[in-house]
Each structure stands twice: as structure tokens, then as C-alpha cells.
Design a binder for this molecule. Structure first.
Ligand SMILES: Cc1cc2nc3c(=O)[nH]c(=O)nc-3n(C[C@H](O)[C@H](O)[C@H](O)COP(=O)(O)OP(=O)(O)OC[C@H]3O[C@@H](n4cnc5c(N)ncnc54)[C@H](O)[C@@H]3O)c2cc1C
Length: 457
């Protein structure tokens, strides 16, 4: 039986860097990947979607070109074959780079196949049994396909199968009005599809504050995306070439029909086919692997990193998991995932940059807080770019006068939020934050100004 110091399962956002760091430290490492190198983010998540968001942005700016004094000689047309080819090239380069990196690692052996535990320290892949002192799970997740009446008789797309689409669907029904669904909804509307978003909860991105949900809904509707919220009792039906989602058990229009259906209802962890019971590894009720603050599972020789541990659902949280595990193992650093501040972005146009506590969470925790808010119409860079939709909102703790959280919805806010991230990690009091000179004209330069006009929450 081949024996290793470490086995890394999955080459998503934590596995490759961990394998490289461990092999660099002199360990004999096995890397196992069952599908494409780079995992979800590289192959059917962040990389392809943000590449396609860029194409959609180009289409949008082209359609607004006259506003900027630029005349096009004909109507704007989207060549979806070219959009897909551009995306495929970016993805292939990224995935190929991960594969080359892993295959070139000194001291590492790459296996391509599905890994399953056979015992606490052994893994079977392609009929071969491997053993290791330490095993690291970076197995990620996949799209949730719900138990919806009729869905078994209706063709549907997920973020994975949508990657193969090289045409503009006539009418795309997007079931799920959260982060993944909204990026696709706006993108395909800009490519030329009619788009209807069907969301079960009373508002879009319902984890965000109400003002954020409302502003984003207005932004999408202004571009012609149809939005149906509070849609309950969903069912699916196919009649001829039309796909229908039934939803009107309570109020509102009872159906939405279109040519294509995209399910964007969340993710499930890839933990059901790993033989975890053979290794004494516990799962929580939702199927995520239970971990302690250092990401160790209930088996002391096994760690779970990335989306499969349910402690984050982002590339940056998966990568941070790698840093925590590697630093703890190799430098005894005592790092914990619980030390991280929640940060993320939604890549609609304009994007939403988020950090820390929302207004709702602050109220639930009973924290005495102040809030500052400024519309993007009063941000000079946004005015100059002709992109004035959205607002900047920052929450501050009343006593310590430190930033608790922010929702920045506006042009470049996926970048602008980073100066707040640094301030939150550094526990910078806002008085000091306001003294730093920023570059004009920029969205970030207005963040201190937002903090000049705080009112009690
Ligand atoms: C449409 C979409 C857009 C997204 N956009 C963003 C974004 O803009 N920013 C962001 O931060 N996050 C984004 N995400 C989330 C991000 O993709 C994930 O958080 C990230 O990929 C998680 O990395 P991971 O390493 O945990 O898992 P994954 O990337 O899913 O990798 C897991 C790997 O493990 C392999 N594997 C699974 N089981 C086995 C097994 N038994 N044997 C061998 N190999 C196995 C899989 O094939 C896969 O390669 C997006 C996700 C989606 C779906």
C-alpha cells in the first residue's frame, strides 16, 4: 500500500496551495482530484462568471454608448459563441495552470479519480489503497437540485451546465434570487434574453438589509429583469417548448413561463460519497463536515477545508482555511477560522461589497450603533463614470467608534470595500480612519465623508 505523509482530496481553492506548502516542507504528498483541476471557482464559479460579467458589461456600455458621446455604426449585437469562447479560454488557462502546478510538485503524486475512505487513515482511489498520517478534505460542493414537483420531467440548467450555453436563451427563468442567480440574471438580460427571477422569500438577496435588496431590485428592473418575490409552492412543467414554473399558491401571478430554466437555489457539500463513516468523521444536519476552530474534524488526523466545512462559501474563505491549517501544522500558529471577519462581494453591476455585520444583525445583537449613508449620485467618480446607482452605508459601534460593518452598493464597490476591511482588522477608530489621505477621484475617498454624518441606528 503506498504510504504518504499527507493526502489532499480536491484541488479547489484550499487543496493545491496546501499540497504545495506541505510538499515544500518535505512531506510526501498525494493529491486526488476526481474532475477538473481548480474545482468550482476556476471551472464553473468565480472565473467563468466574472469573465462573462465582463462581456455583459461591455454589451451594456455599448448599448449606452450614445450617452458617452460615442456613436456605433449599427445596433449592438452579442455573439454568444465568442462570449463562451473567451470564457472557455480564461477557464482553460486557469485550470491548466493548477494541473501543471500539481503535476510539477516535487514530492507529490497526483491521482485522478474519486477518493473514498476505507478506514481512519486510508483512502481508495481507482481501485488502489493509499495510506497517510494526515488527510485533508477540500471536496467543495455542487448545485442544489430541490425536490420540486415536476422537475424530473423538465430540462433545467445549473451554474455548471450553463457554462456550455453558446446562444442567447429567448426567455430565461432564474429560480433563486440570491447571489448566484442575480449575477446570471443581469448577465443574460444584457446578452439579450428576457429574464424572470423567481424568489421564494419576500425579497431578493434576503440575507442583506432591506434597503440593499430594494435598491438592487430597482437596478435590475430598470434593465428589464422581471422579478417575482414571495413565490411559494414551486412546481415545474413542460408544455411544447415552453417551461413553466408554477408558484401562485398564495398570491401573485400563478406561473412564469420561459424557454430555459436555471436553478440557482444554493449548494450542497460533496460529503455524501466519501465514506466518512469509515473514518469516524461527523457531519452536521446539513451535511457539512464538523470542524473545530483549527478546522480539524472529529477524526484527529483529518482536516476539512473550504466549502465542505460550512464555515464559508467563498474562494477567499477556502484559501484562508488553507492558510490556517498550514500555519498551525507547520508553525504551530494557533490560528482559528473564527477570527475572520465576514467579507464578500456580489458581482452585479453595480457590485455590492460587504463586510461585517448588517443592520439586521446589529439590531438582533442589541448593539448600540450609528449609521452613515450616502447615495452614489453624491460620489464624484460615479457621476463622472455615468454609474450613479446604489449607495454607501457604514455602521459604527457607538461606544468604541469602530466600524461594525458596511454595505457598499455602487460602481467599484467590490474594490472600495477593501479599505474598510483593513480598518476593521486593524480595529482602527473612525477618527484615525478619517485622517488618512485618499486618492481623488475615487469611491474610497468618500468613505471618511460617509462617517462624518453618522446618526443613531
Ligand atoms: C456560479 C458561482 C459563482 C461564484 N463566484 C464566486 C466569487 O465571485 N467569489 C468567491 O469568493 N466565490 C465564488 N463562488 C464560490 C466559490 O466557487 C467556492 O466557494 C470555492 O470554489 C470553494 O472552494 P473549495 O476548494 O471549497 O471547493 P471546490 O472549488 O468546489 O473544489 C472541490 C474539488 O474537490 C473535488 N472533489 C470532490 N469530491 C471528491 C472526491 N471524492 N475525490 C476527489 N476529488 C473530489 C471536486 O472535483 C473539486 O475539484 C462562486 C460559486 C459559484 C457556483
Amino acid at each position: 500500500m503506498p504510504t504518504f505523509d499527507a493526502i489532499v482530496i480536491g484541488t479547489g481553492q484550499a487543496g493545491p496551495a496546501l499540497a504545495a506548502r506541505l510538499s515544500g516542507a518535505g512531506m510526501k504528498v498525494a493529491v486526488i482530484e476526481k474532475h477538473k483541476f481548480g474545482g468550482t471557482c476556476v471551472n464553473d464559479g468565480c472565473t467563468p462568471t466574472k469573465t462573462m460579467v465582463a462581456s455583459a458589461y461591455a454589451a451594456r456600455i455599448a448599448s449606452r454608448s450614445a450617452e458617452y458621446g460615442v456613436q456605433l455604426s449599427g445596433p449592438v449585437e452579442v455573439d454568444m459563441k465568442r462570449v463562451k469562447a473567451r470564457k472557455d479560454e480564461v477557464v482553460a488557462n486557469a485550470s491548466g495552470a493548477v494541473e501543471k502546478w500539481m503535476r510539477g510538485l516535487k514530492g507529490a503524486t497526483v491521482y485522478q479519480g474519486h477518493a473514498r475512505f476505507t478506514a481512519a487513515r486510508s483512502i481508495r482511489v481507482n481501485g488502489e489503497e493509499l495510506e497517510a498520517g494526515k488527510i485533508f478534505l477540500d471536496v467543495g460542493g455542487r448545485p442544489l437540485v430541490p425536490k420540486m414537483p415536476g422537475l424530473d420531467r423538465v430540462p433545467f440548467l445549473t451554474n455548471q451546465s450553463l457554462m456550455k450555453v453558446d446562444f442567447v436563451p429567448e426567455h430565461l427563468i432564474v429560480v433563486g434570487g440570491s447571489y448566484i442567480g442575480l449575477e446570471f440574471a443581469q448577465m443574460f438580460r444584457r446578452f439579450g434574453s428576457r429574464v424572470t427571477v423567481v424568489e421564494m422569500t419576500p425579497r431578493l438577496i434576503s440575507r442583506e438589509d432591506e434597503d440593499v435588496s430594494q435598491a438592487l431590485q430597482e437596478i435590475l428592473e430598470a434593465e428589464g429583469v422581471e422579478v417575482r418575490t414571495g413565490a411559494e409552492c414551486l412546481n415545474a412543467e413542460k408544455k411544447g417548448d415552453r417551461l413553466t414554473i408554477g408558484m401562485g399558491c398564495k398570491e401573485g401571478s400563478p406561473t412564469a413561463s420561459g424557454s430555459h430554466l436555471l436553478l440557482a437555489l444554493g449548494r450542497v457539500p460533496n460529503t455524501d460519497d466519501l465514506g466518512l463513516d469509515k473514518a469516524g468523521i461527523a457531519l452536521d444536519k446539513r451535511g457539512y463536515i464538523e470542524v473545530d476552530e483549527g478546522l480539524r474534524t472529529s477524526n484527529p488526523n483529518v482536516w476539512a477545508l473550504g466549502d465542505c466545512n460550512g464555515k464559508g462559501a467563498f474562494t477567499h474563505t477556502a484559501y484562508n482555511d488553507y492558510e490556517i491549517v498550514a500555519d498551525n501544522l507547520l508553525s504551530n500558529a494557533g490560528r482559528k477560522w473564527t477570527d475572520r471577519v465576514p467579507v464578500y462581494a456580489l458581482y452585479t453591476d453595480p457590485p455590492l461589497g460587504r463586510i461585517g455585520l448588517s443592520e439586521k444583525e446589529i439590531r438582533e445583537k442589541g448593539i448600540r450603533a450609528l449609521v452613515g449613508k450616502r447615495p452614489m449620485t453624491r460620489v464624484s467618480r460615479a457621476v463622472e463614470k455615468g454609474e450613479t446607482r446604489g449607495f454607501l452605508k457604514i455602521h459604527v459601534e457607538a461606544g468604541s467608534r469602530r466600524i461594525l460593518g458596511a454595505a457598499l452598493l455602487g460602481t467599484s464597490c467590490d474594490e472600495a470595500v477593501h479599505s474598510l476591511i483593513d480598518a476593521v482588522y486593524a480595529k482602527t477608530p473612525i477618527g484615525e480612519f478619517q485622517r488618512h489621505v485618499r486618492i481623488h477621484p475615487n469611491v474610497s475617498e468618500l468613505l471618511p465623508t460617509v462617517l462624518e454624518n453618522l446618526v443613531p441606528l
